[in-house]
Design a protein around this ligand. Sequence first.
Ligand code: ADP
Ligand code: MG
Length: 694
Amino acid sequence: MTLETPIEYVKGIGPERAKLIKNVLAISTVEDLLHFYPIRYIDKNKVYKVGNLQESNLEIQLKGKITNVQEIHNGKVKRLTAKFNDDTGSMDLVWFQYSKWLKEQLPVNREVFIFGKINAFNNQFSMPHPEIELDEKKEKDNRLRPIYPSSEKLTKRGLNQKFFQVILRNICKEIPNLIQENLPEYMIKSMNFLSRQQTYLNIHFPENLSHFEKADFRLKFEESFFFQLGFGLKKAHHKTKSQGNPFPIIGDYFTGFYENHLPFELTNAQKRVLKEIRLDMKKPIQMNRLLQGDVGSGKTMVALLTMLIALDNGFQSCLMAPTEILAQQHYNGIKDLLKDTEIKVNILTGSVKASARKIIHEELENGELTILVGTHAVLEDKVKFKNLGLAIIDEQHRFGVAQRAKLWAKNKIPPHILVMTATPIPRTLAMSFYSDLDVSVIDEMPVGRKPIITAHRREKDRTFVYNFCRDEIRKGRQIYFVYPLIEESETLDYKNLMEGLEHVMQSFSDYNVAMLHGKMKPDEKDVAMNYFASGKAQIMVATTVIEVGVNVPNASVMVIESAERFGLSQLHQLRGRVGRGAEQSYCILMTSDKLSKESRTRIKTMTETNDGFKISEVDMQLRGPGDILGTQQSGVVDFKRLDLVNDAAIIKNTKNMVEKILETDPLLSRPEHQIIKNYYLQYYKGKNKWSKIS
Ligand code: ADP
Ligand code: MG
């Protein structure tokens, strides 16, 4: 038997059952079975007493004698009953289905152990279908007994707990041949680990609770360690091997802009981040950097200044956004900032006409066009650059992995990559998911920003809320009303939005109202956006299309309707649409009276903090890491035992350990590290789905 042996060759399984197990549990090799971890354990050393039973639904073991076996006929239905007695009392045993054989073989009046789930009815306990073992034949194994994740489909066909326990017990006997150590002695000692063989044995059949905990800890550690090691090696490799265009020059484009056209003083965080980026791009190695910064922290300016450095070194840049609106806004903003310079900027999206597109294509190829803003349209093969030196991706999580890879191919020497995300992600997730990127964080808001005040209001408060909005408009401010977008029902969304619009128009009949939703054509969206952004409309009624990036600094109130229907990160993104100017801003979360526990947590979190990182932690606790990354990438954090919410300490610890090891032994060439290297090469390399990212 090896780890690769197909399970049909395991004793007791066979081809039929193997097929079933494969279909239901996706287990096909001995290794898969070893990684088929119990969900809990039962202590079969513990013997309960009939007289002390309290709770039903427990799986327990008792010791005593079986008496009074009786067959009971009730019309067509037959069942078998018996009494079970110990020195403290008596209870019923019941079989709803049984064979003649079972009836005759029941060990009446002998010392037995029975095991099963107990039921309580009128304070009278009974146990259906007990497992029975003669005292004299009882297995002398003191280990805890595993309970495996199961399904009715399997149990019905006889693949019950007992079946899996027997199979795993047999496989565990082979552990000495199957499992080799993969960590160096010094680590096992310093971390006080069980050996790897003991780990697998104790995860299936723990000697006791503390052994289970140790096994569990080591499995989590290994998962995190080799995962981090993979990235560490990749990063080290990248730093030495992956060519990039060095940008050593800070020239007139950058300095001229910085000195003459910068509309505000950069925050210290912006300056620090810019320095980190400059240091990266100086080197002849491709930059791969993640720029994290909450909404409104000023990432766009950092992006622009970075592009100017590329330009100073004779290279083109592109900035990619996930939506047309956002691309347009970046374009408008950048064009405005560069209006007094010679620098040529253009925008390429799906809605750019063929004739204009042709010009853009030409100017990119001859190098006349130096900064291109756009959507996915930028990725098309037809779009060729003369010398693309820098690609910036905004709101990264919406772009798929494959799309990012396309950017790389746009230049012979791949462009530097700066990924910007406004969705702060939890630390543990960042440490895992982005471990091959260097991370810069803008953790400071531009001066003068007042934290947004967030309140939770209900239908009965609506008049009050509207009056408050009116006061704000009178002060010269603008208001957003946002309605949820329920993907299953676009017609319903539309209805929601239209009703909302009508209601708002009636209630604010003396003001102008703009409307924005996803079904509108790009030019219609533009008209609506401009109507609001120019201040002609005081109110914008919208669906979540405005979630990403829209920037109207004069807007000071965000009213989110049916806020209980939004996820946390969405609420946070929406809230970020206000508070972008110097005025005090407000976010009002309108909900119905009845809220689920989860909705209440979300609303409460929003009213308590403006800190995107804190919010993302709560979000991960509520939804799990997979959902946070989005379906496209969730498979990437499919750890078997490691839990990104609860195992933060392990993740941090392993990351530090890996960094320390690679710092002194980057190629893992020291003798004591051969064991890690070999294991990594054999079991992890190539299996690592992440290796294809960025
Ligand atoms: P985000 O990080 O969400 O993309 P933006 O780049 O859109 O944020 O910046 C939000 C607003 O803050 C913009 O109006 C921008 O002009 C302004 N801003 C950016 N940096 C500063 C700064 N250092 N001082 C003052 N305002 C700034
Ligand atoms: Mg932005």
